[in-house]
Design a protein around this ligand. Structure first.
Ligand SMILES: Nc1ncnc2c1ncn2[C@@H]1O[C@H](COP(=O)(O)OP(=O)(O)O)[C@@H](O)[C@H]1O
Ligand SMILES: [Mg+2]
Length: 341
């Protein structure tokens, strides 16, 4: 009876009897404590946390229900709230242990806190600089037209940087809000790319980057036009910014679009310095940059790839990143052309 009851519970559950023997447990408990599968039934050999063992002892000796935190570090970091509650039948006294996994909730909470801290910090830096120059203009540089020109131009750059940040933050929150809704409209992906190329060609020329473009005349897909423009723009812009030669020699960036098995394959390949493997998994995190100074100097906000990732996810596509230090990088996406599935 107890076995069937315990098995019906969703969380990992153990029932402990006399002398800390494990009387019953369910499948989630076996997943959490693989040693149970070997027939081990003594609680201290399964759960090593002294806090939990003490709580179980208190409960077995007549104490009342309590909750204890369990922080596991191996094989992966996990946090549980463990409910330790005594109960008894006519014959004996037992303790129920129920494990509530708080790992995801904690991680989400930490991400939210980090995000607010990062966003505030990113905005505060240009703001401090703006205020500093305002004071200088009111004081020391009041009657110096040359300095005024220079400071005003720095102030305009800082103001623009704040505007870009706020723009990206708003886009990010808007896309996150709609991420579960697939875009319905029809867009010509080729045309989207052409529009971005028109806007970015002067930037490429300036950086001595030759854009080699290989795209079909038309490739209609189900998508959101503005969002796809953001994706294409961000990837090509990154390839120009981070793929250009430091010494000003000419380099190429290859931009391709093709239809394969019902998927639109879009890729941007550069021949720049590339990205070390330890950075690759983190590139799409908000505000993650390999080199913060370099990104800022080129007008980056560190939100571009986070936006790309969310937009691609909303289109039920995938984003792949390949890079080898010294050999450049390739960012490619695959998006289903119709959203019937
Ligand atoms: N093509 C690339 N080559 C090398 N590094 C890149 C490339 N694209 C992106 N990165 C790295 O990824 C970081 C994050 O990119 P992104 O989210 O677009 O932010 P931003 O461009 O605003 O810095 C960049 O700061 C850069 O370090
Ligand atoms: Mg970028």
């Amino acid at each position: 009876m107890i076995d069937a009851f315990v098995e019906a519970l969703p969380n990992p559950v153990l029932v402990i009897g006399e002398a800390q023997r494990i009387g019953a447990f369910n499948t989630p408990a076996r997943v959490l404590f693989p040693i149970l599968a070997t027939g081990q039934r003594t609680l201290p050999l399964v759960v090593r946390s002294p806090d939990i063992l003490d709580a179980v002892n208190r409960a077995l000796q007549g104490g009342s229900a309590e909750t204890v935190n369990l922080h596991e570090r191996v094989p992966v970091e996990r946090l549980f709230k463990v409910y330790v509650a005594p109960f008894h039948t006519e014959a004996a006294r037992f303790v129920l242990l129920s494990f509530d996994d708080l790992t995801d909730a904690k991680r989400t909470e930490r991400m939210r806190v980090d995000f607010i801290a990062n966003a505030s910090h990113e905005l505060r830096t240009p703001l401090a600089s703006l205020l500093g120059f305002v004071e200088t203009l009111q004081g020391a540089a009041k009657d110096d037209p040359k300095a005024r020109e220079r400071f005003l131009s720095i102030m305009r750059d800082q103001g623009r940087r704040m505007a870009r940040l706020i723009d990206d933050l708003l886009s990010l929150s808007q896309i996150e809000r709609q991420e579960h809704v697939r875009p319905q409209s029809q867009v010509d992906f080729s045309e989207v790319i052409h529009q971005c190329l028109d806007a970015l060609s002067p930037v490429a020329r300036e950086a001595q980057v030759i854009l080699e473009v290989d795209i079909p005349a038309k490739l209609p897909i189900a998508g959101d036009r503005d969002e796809l423009i953001r994706v294409v723009e961000n990837l090509i812009e990154n390839a120009i910014k981070y793929g250009a030669d430091e010494d000003g020699a000419q380099t190429r960036v290859e931009i391709k679009l093709a239809l394969k098995d019902g998927q639109a394959h879009f890729s941007v390949r550069d021949h720049g310095a590339g990205i070390a493997p330890e950075h690759l998994p983190r590139l799409t995190e908000r505000f993650y940059r390999v080199d913060v100074g370099k990104s800022r100097a080129k007008g980056g906000t560190g939100l571009g790839l986070a936006l790309v990732k969310h937009i691609v996810a909303r289109h039920r596509g995938i984003l792949r990143i390949w890079s080898e230090p010294g050999r450049g990088a390739e960012f490619s996406i695959e998006i289903p052309i119709d959203n019937a599935a």
